[in-house]
Design a protein. Sequence first.
Length: 261
Amino acid sequence: MKKLIRGLDKFKQSYVATHHDLLEQLSHGQKPRVLFICCSDSRVDPTLITQTEVGELFVIRNAGNIIPPYGAANGGEGGTLEYALQALDIRQVIVCGHSHCGAMKGLLKLNKLQADMPLVYDWLKHAESTRRLVRDTYPHCEGDELVETLVAENVLVQIDNLQTYPVVRSRLHQGKLKIYGWIYNIENGEVLTYDEATHSYIKPDYQSIAESVLEDRNPIEGCPIPYTMPQTALQTSLQTSLQTSSLQDWYGETDTFSVSG
């Protein structure tokens, strides 16, 4: 606690003293550009990882960076998500998992958690889709590779869960929202982003990222006749095999980490 109190003094003397204008501006309201959903793990610091300033990120943190499907829980995640998109008009969302995630390790021993930490057990049940997907899709994964595969797939499951929320579906349909999946490696500070085209996590390509603000689409005039899109080969089979023979692929030897998609 003494360290924290000393930190308060240092914050006032060093940061506040040199950021008067920013803090004054923030006192009149916030305008974050990104909703950052990540784990409560103390080793994960969104502003440190992204080198952003106070006021730039709106953050949801919990064990396992989990967003329960719409209507599945009455916790703060849904309300915070709705506020971020509707009230703050945030148009970019990042779901960020991380290496060595304790919540993902907990998914592998749910029965023990039910006895020892029933509230944690109840919470992690919201990630049951992740556990089942990995168990059925990667039957030969074990140890650390299994945990890191859970981390990677869980990000995609939570992105799917996000899209069950009416405000998310509406804004995606209107072209007002982009959702990104990241995984952060604690050991080396590497961040990989999910690439839908290759169904893998790759190093971000900064040159290909458009900085233009997402533009609203005009409302559709009249009432178009609904039709059913033919299912494409991509829709019917997005599964690709996990090609990592060892954790070297995630820990710096290559720029990608493949998942089932």
